[in-house]
Write a protein that binds this ligand. Structure first.
Ligand code: AMP
Length: 216
């Protein structure tokens, strides 16, 4: 079970990846989460990543691929994984293929979560994230029980720097120019599955679950 979730920011990759990881018992590997952890701990990598992320730009390929190489080499990823937000460029996808073939394996499927732009903007602009555990909420779609407080751990909810309106616009531009081409990359390799992420969250999840179950 080796899959990646593709799609624009706000399509729900992270939200669904968390649930799929729990249900199917394979690790959820999010490069965005790894960068945010590094930023929180103020490591050198975190400082470097922040200079790109807060502006809505992509972190350079070599830095990102190194992180994924290290993570996929860990024991818990040997039986499968759900990549979320990686690859985001064609060179990253090519390097991922090389990396996996070096490990004697391959990516099964790239799942493309698509949704209309207005849905995406609405989701990103209302998104709130727990500073402590990373759980994701939305002021309208998934409101926490108490405003500003995480249901799961009681941590403080905040709006990501890169969910500010100008950063959202820049992320959408980056997606169109650098990431959207991955759909063609995986389609030509016969590894693409499209899933509607503009419908109710539970419906999208039901479709994802069927795909994952078919890979078992
Ligand atoms: P995400 O949480 O997936 O939306 O990622 C947040 C930000 O981290 C992105 O907007 C990028 O700046 C950076 N990032 C995450 N994954 C990658 C990647 N595969 N390549 C380059 N930058 C990335």
């Amino acid at each position: 079970m080796r899959v990646t979730l593709l799609g624009p920011p706000g399509a729900g990759k992270g939200t669904h990846a968390v649930d799929l990881s729990r249900e199917f018992g394979v690790p959820h590997i999010s490069t965005g989460d790894i960068f945010r952890e590094e930023m929180k701990s103020e490591t050198e990598l975190g400082k470097l990543a922040r200079s790109y992320i807060d502006e809505g730009n992509l972190v350079p390929d070599d830095v990102t691929v190194d992180i994924v190489r290290g993570r996929l080499g860990k024991e818990d990823a040997s039986a499968g994984f759900i990549l979320d937000g990686f690859p985001r460029t064609i060179p990253q996808a090519e390097q991922l293929d090389g990396l996996l073939s070096g490990l004697g394996t391959a990516l099964d499927t790239a799942i493309y979560l698509f949704a209309p732009e207005e849905v995406i903007i609405q989701r990103l602009s209302g998104r709130r994230v727990c500073r402590n555990c990373g759980a994701v909420f939305h002021v309208v779609n998934i409101p926490p029980r108490r405003e500003g407080v995480c249901d799961r751990c009681g941590g403080e909810l905040y709006r990501r720097e890169d969910d500010a309106p100008e950063a959202i616009r820049q992320r959408m531009r980056q997606y169109e120019s650098k990431t959207a081409g991955l759909v063609g990359y995986y389609e030509s390799g016969g590894r693409l599955v499209r899933v509607d992420a503009g419908i109710a969250r539970q419906e999208t999840y039901r479709l994802l679950r069927e795909i994952m179950a078919g890979l078992r």
